[in-house]
Structure formats: C-alpha cells, structure tokens
Design a protein around this ligand. Structure first.
Ligand SMILES: NC(=O)c1ccc[n+]([C@@H]2O[C@H](COP(=O)([O-])OP(=O)(O)OC[C@H]3O[C@@H](n4cnc5c(N)ncnc54)[C@H](O)[C@@H]3O)[C@@H](O)[C@H]2O)c1
Length: 325
C-alpha cells in the first residue's frame, strides 16, 4: 500500500472490532470518523493510537489507501457515494444497501471513478464455511437434499432494515458461496413486532436446483443461535458457530424408504428405514474470519485486484432479498 493509511467511518459495535483487527494486522495509521462524538471518544479511549477526525470534509481530503464504512445500513449509500467521488476504494459492510437501485448507482460511480467496492460478506472468509463447501463439492455428504439456516439472538435491533436483510443476508451469501446455481424463493413470512414494517422475525424458504432450504432470523429471541443443518443422502451435518470445541459435526445418519419394487403392494404402510452410524468431528485449524476479510481488503488495495466479495455478489444477494421487504 502506498501510504499504509486506512480511514474508517462508523465506530459503533462492528467498527470497533474492525479497528482492533487493523491494529493486529499492523496498520499503524488508522483515521476514524463518526457523526457521534461520544463514539469517537470511546474509540480513542480503547485504542489511544487511532487518529480522530471530527470534520468529514477534512477526512475526505486525507491520503487513505482505502476507507472502511461500517455505519447504519440506511446511511451506507450516501457515505459510500461521497467516498467514491472523493476517489477512494471502499470496503462497505453488508448488506451494502437495502435498495437495489442505489447499489447499481454505487457500482456505476465506482466504475466511472475506476475504484473498487468490497462488500462485507464475512462468511466467505470463514474456515469452517470453506471446509463445508469443500465437503459439498466432493460430495462427501451424498446428494444434498435439504438445508436450514437459523440466526437468532436478542439484538442488535435495527430500526432501518428488517432481520431478513440484516441477518439472513449472511446466509444467502453462504448459500451463494456453496452453490453457483439460481436461488428461487418459494415463501416468506415476516413479523413486525417492535416497529411497523421492520420485521424482527423472518422465515422464508427457497429452492436451489431441487434442494429445499429454510431460513430463520430474529433479533427478538432469548437464545443466541447460529446453526446450519445440511441433510445429505448419505450423511448429515450440523454447523454450530457457537460451539467452539466442535463447531462441525458430521453424522453418519440417514433415512430412506426401501426400493419401491420390494414393497409395491403395501406402499402406503411401509415405514422408512433409519440408519444410525458414528458421528465424526473434524479438526479444523481456523483463523479469524474478520482478520481474513481485512487481509483480503488490504491485499486488493495493494495489488489493485478484485475482491472475492465484490459488488457482483452483493447484486446477486439483492436480487433475492428485494422481494422480501
Ligand atoms: N459482518 C458482520 O458480521 C457484521 C456484524 C455487525 C454489523 N455489521 C454491519 O456493520 C454496520 C454497522 O453496524 P453496527 O452494529 O456497528 O451498528 P452501530 O449502530 O453500533 O454503529 C454504527 C455507527 O455508525 C455511525 N454513523 C451512522 N451514520 C453515520 C454517518 N452518516 N456518518 C458517520 N457515522 C455514522 C453511528 O454513529 C454509529 O457509531 C452495519 O451495516 C451492519 O450490518 C456487520
């Protein structure tokens, strides 16, 4: 990188995590801007080596190699537009914006200014998710029949986008990472409980080829859950992100009906056979997904290369989510 200088806008919960990681990765000059002065004070207290800039026009005149944007989603578009027009490559947190027209505008501006937008779909940089993708590609679970994604917790409650955009956008991203095929939504149910038209709890299903997939997301739940279940024809898999000891379990279990020929006459009363085998817990050396993601951003700034999570991915995810508002 030319200047080894990174700007970051939005020093709330997630921006603070990003600053921590940037220091770990050896970035010495980090410049912070937030419209909330209290949050700027807090970040300076936590990381005395950060530089605070209180004026946005001055911030945009600095010699950053790139800018990271981690503000509330409703402000992503206006902040990102200003950074691109000022001539910066940017990292924009997921879901980039919740308005597809605005996303297309940002892509056009980036193209015109010859700048890159990397989007923050962090699971692309998660070693467990990469491991599962490899299992799917190598057909280790047999033909995939069904998957489910669940992401619940109490908070953070967003007041600008629904849980489906905030939480399930991660899971749609993971599904896109696993399969290149087209995703077709087959049903959707959203509950706006705390605020009108903002779904706190969302459920929907889709089909990808003939695989059925269910999604559930909620920020109004007493329990934190982050689980993926995959049902294959030969094996089943559970990914529990919160189980730090054994996040991935592969079960040699499946159920199937005997071949039709054998029970033609008693078809309607025939029971399925259940097979129960051993459970395998793979040992996976995993690194921090946020560190991997930031390394990718820094690498792209240095080499002027296209990020793995580019705006093409964001557009694909938008095409799916735009009907779930
Ligand atoms: N990748 C992940 O796993 C992950 C996790 C959490 C949040 N996020 C994303 O990070 C972003 C921020 O989420 P958060 O939980 O940190 O929210 P937050 O509310 O804790 O922080 C947002 C910060 O942005 C500031 N801000 C808002 N508008 C601004 C503007 N126009 N100019 C300057 N500062 C502004 C606020 O003052 C606040 O400090 C969201 O887009 C969210 O989707 C991603």
């Amino acid at each position: 990188m030319k200047n080894n200088q990174i700007g970051i806008i939005g020093l709330g919960y997630w921006g603070t995590n990003i600053v921590n990681v940037l220091f770990k990765l050896g970035i010495k000059k980090i410049y912070c801007f937030d419209k909330n002065l209290e949050n700027l004070k807090e970040i300076k207290k936590k990381f005395p080596k950060v530089n605070i800039i209180k004026n946005f026009s001055i911030f945009l005149k600095m010699n950053f190699d790139g800018i990271i944007i981690s503000v509330d989603t409703k402000h992503h578009y206006s902040v990102a537009k200003k950074c691109l027009l000022a001539g910066f490559n940017i990292f924009l947190e997921k879901p980039v914006t919740n308005n597809t027209k605005k996303l297309i505008k940002l892509i056009k501006i980036a193209k015109y200014k010859k700048k890159k937008i990397m989007s923050g779909y962090i699971y692309f940089y998660n070693d467990h998710i990469r491991y599962i993708k490899n299992l799917i590609i190598k057909k280790k679970l047999g033909k995939i029949l069904y998957m489910s994604f669940e992401r619940s917790n109490l908070g953070p409650v967003r007041n600008d986008i629904s849980s489906v955009w905030d939480l399930s956008s991660h899971d749609i991203g993971i599904l896109k990472f696993f399969f290149k095929k087209k995703i077709k939504i087959i049903n959707f149910l959203g509950h706006d409980i705390l605020k009108k038209k903002i779904y706190d709890i969302s459920q929907f299903s889709c089909k990808i080829s003939d695989i059925k997939v269910d999604f559930k997301s909620s920020w109004l739940s007493p329990e934190k859950i982050r689980k993926i279940i995959i049902i294959g024809k030969k094996k089943m898999l559970l990914y529990n992100e919160l189980d730090f000891e054994s996040p991935i379990k592969i079960f040699n279990k499946y159920a199937e009906y005997p071949k039709i020929g054998k029970f033609k006459k008693k078809f309607f009363t025939q029971k399925a056979n259940i097979y129960l085998g051993k459970t395998y817990v793979p040992k996976i050396k995993s690194s921090s997904p946020l560190e991997n993601e930031m390394l990718e951003f820094l690498k792209c700034l240095k080499n002027k290369s296209k990020p793995m999570t580019s705006t093409n991915l964001s557009l694909d995810i938008h095409k799916i989510l735009k009907n779930l508002n």
